[in-house]
Design a protein around this ligand. Structure first.
Ligand code: EPZ
Length: 417
């Protein structure tokens, strides 16, 4: 087992380059199965979830070559539409293969993705949308099988702007006959990035990034080269860490346009945030003021930064309130933060954080990837040493988090125990 040992009390100073977005790379790699020629995806982060997605593509029969941050996928010899269940269970995002495989091959079988600590995470919106496009859905023995001789465009309104359902249905619609209008869809930058990749392959998609997307089906998709957008959640996590411990941190290859709500909240604490082109600079001289956050679909405050931001709130002056409105169980990090001397109480979807003068190092355990990042942020701000267990969660979403933080002056080491 590996743990992080974090000794707090040091400011962060310097420059770090933001890696490519996990949540853009995963659906884009899944979408390559729809193409009839080689696709080259650049800026792909080295993360466990991406490794699993590459394994799945290879298991389906695609030729995949991964050099540095570039993944080349040759989908021409895909011979299976059955996503191996042992890989499905390692990563929920395998659900992104449903739309592409159904659209290209007329069938797909996946094992129902498990829920996780942040909530049930059902896929009913995905399945209802596939059915509307003409798919027959069978669910038995923990598997979901979708089949369709042809998919036909339809007018689909989502009950909730689900990121994954928007991506899956947009991909399925690309090779459907006729026009599909998707309403009440998610507007995340990762959806726009996926649409841009698909358009490069020849898809006809309008208004991705708005609340209504229109897809005009085509019969074939060619190959394409595409660089994924920067990871706004990794960038936001580093900004929050700088605001928590103080210092002067510059992020390169970030996209400030994707972080409006986060920049506004960090500024509200009293930290300075300067942006220009793909650079974000955060400076903070002393502990900031308490602020309230409410998570929401983009462009609202991202649920994926709720936990790291709560770690910052634990040492802000005053009382902060967190309203988690996207997932029903995303407060698993609260108990661990309280073990470090934080003063947080939870009532349903709301957490009240009373700022304390300082946290104290403790042994804590990550139970999901963003909660794990929160514990690292808390460790940086705590007095003494914090031992963070459960690194496999953190490694799913952060590429070399400890290395980047050490480059900024943090005292953090990864140790095998
Ligand atoms: C994506 O998950 C992200 N994952 C999540 O990031 C992110 O937290 C989430 O979007 C919200 O922004 C990837 O992109 C790989 P949703 P997804 O469908 O698509 C409910 C991370 O840390 N829902 O927008 O699964 C669902 O239960 C991960 O990188 C249904 O009820 O999120 C949740 O309450 C964590 N039925 C809400 O909608 C459905 O069919 C939002 O989920 C689908 C979703």
């Amino acid at each position: 087992m590996e743990v992080f040992e974090v000794t707090g009390g040091r400011q962060l100073n310097g420059t770090v380059r933001v890696c490519g977005s996990k949540n853009a790379a995963l659906p884009i790699l899944a979408a390559t199965v729809m193409a009839e020629d080689v696709c080259v995806i650049e800026g792909v982060p080295h993360l466990e979830d991406v490794r699993v997605m590459v394994e799945i593509l290879r298991a389906l029969g695609a030729q995949v070559d991964w050099q540095g941050d570039t993944v080349s996928v040759d989908p021409r010899n895909i011979s299976s539409t059955d996503v191996p269940s042992h890989l499905m269970r390692r990563m929920r995002s395998s659900v992104f293969l449903m739309g592409p495989l159904l659209a290209r091959f007329g069938e797909v079988r996946v094992s129902r993705p498990g829920g996780c600590v942040i909530g049930q995470r059902p896929i009913d919106f995905h399945l209802r949308g596939m059915r509307a496009l003409g798919a027959r859905i069978e669910q038995s023995h923990g598997y979901v099988r979708c089949t369709a001789n042809r998919l036909y465009g339809d007018h689909i309104t989502l009950d909730y702007p689900s990121v994954g359902a928007t991506e899956n249905l947009m991909m399925a619609a690309v090779l459907s006959d006729g026009v599909t209008v998707l309403e009440n869809v998610a507007r995340e930058p990762e959806i726009v990035d996926l649409a841009q990749f698909l358009q490069r392959c020849g898809a006809r998609i309008e208004n991705a990034g708005d609340g209504t997307i229109t897809v005009t089906g085509v019969h074939h998709l060619g190959g394409a080269r595409h660089r994924v957008i920067p990871d706004r959640i990794v960038a936001g996590t580093m900004m929050i860490a700088a605001a928590a411990v103080g210092g002067d941190v510059t992020l390169e290859r970030a996209d400030p346009h994707h972080l409006g709500a986060v920049i506004a909240k960090i500024r509200e604490t009293g930290a300075q945030v300067q942006v220009e082109r793909d650079i974000i600079r955060v400076t903070q001289a002393e502990p900031g003021r308490a602020v309230d956050i409410r998570t929401a679909p983009y462009p609202g405050f991202p649920t994926d930064l709720q936990a790291p931001f709560m770690a910052l709130m634990t040492i802000l002056r005053g009382t902060s309130v967190v309203r988690e409105s996207v997932f029903e169980a995303r407060f698993k990090h609260v108990d661990e933060l309280n073990r470090m001397g934080a003063n947080i109480s939870v009532d349903g979807q709301t957490a009240v954080v009373h700022g304390v003068p300082r946290l104290s190092g403790a042994t804590v355990e990550a139970s999901d990837l963003r909660g794990g990042a929160a514990l690292v942020v808390a460790g940086l701000a705590a007095e003494g040493t914090t031992r963070v267990e459960g690194l496999h969660h953190i490694d799913r979403g952060y590429e070399q988090l400890d290395t980047h933080l050490r480059d900024l002056g943090a005292d953090i080491v990864r140790r095998a125990v």
